[in-house]
Design a protein around this ligand. Structure first.
Ligand code: IDP
Ligand code: MG
Length: 134
């Protein structure tokens, strides 16, 4: 394992539902370090760039509309194997399939509004941190 950074985002449904504190507690309890954190309204351009790999899929338009629908909390988090550790804490993409004890499993109901985003690799993390923080 190596010390690495990942990009995380608490999505609009979880911000609106008042889950910021409980989600951040889980990250801190795991030993991950929050390096940067900001409440932000994403631009359409940032949303499209973040989800470029999904362009053309049936859910793409509603995904973009949803992610710019209200404020998000964007974060840079670091730790040993932080990318995989955060994906594990988040759980499966569809909250209906995410295990109890994971953030999506405990705080989400549907795949359209699934509580959090987390980078899927170190390369994605680097790209996403540059997109959202530089
Ligand atoms: P991930 O967020 O776990 O990496 P991806 O497959 O990269 O999952 O999908 C990106 C986001 O697109 C998901 O977090 C979810 O919000 C949305 N999404 C993925 N698949 C579906 C779907 O089948 N219907 C609606 N939204 C979806
Ligand atoms: Mg993904």
């Amino acid at each position: 394992m190596t010390l690495e950074q990942t990009f995380l985002m608490i999505k609009p449904d979880a911000v609106a539902a008042g889950k910021i504190g409980r989600i951040i507690s889980r990250l801190e309890d795991t030993g991950l370090k929050i390096e940067r954190m900001e409440l932000a309204q994403l631009t359409f351009e940032q949303a499209a760039a973040n989800y470029a790999e999904h362009k053309g899929k049936p859910f793409y338009d509603s995904l973009i509309a949803y992610i710019v629908s209200g404020p998000v909390v964007k974060m840079v988090v670091s730790g040993e194997g932080a990318v995989a550790a955060c994906r594990k804490l988040m759980g499966a993409t569809d909250p209906a399939e995410a295990a109890p004890g994971t953030i999506r499993g405990d705080f989400g109901l549907t795949v359209d509004a699934n509580v959090m985003h987390g980078s899927d690799s170190s390369a994605s993390a680097e790209r996403e941190i540059a997109l959202f923080f530089e």
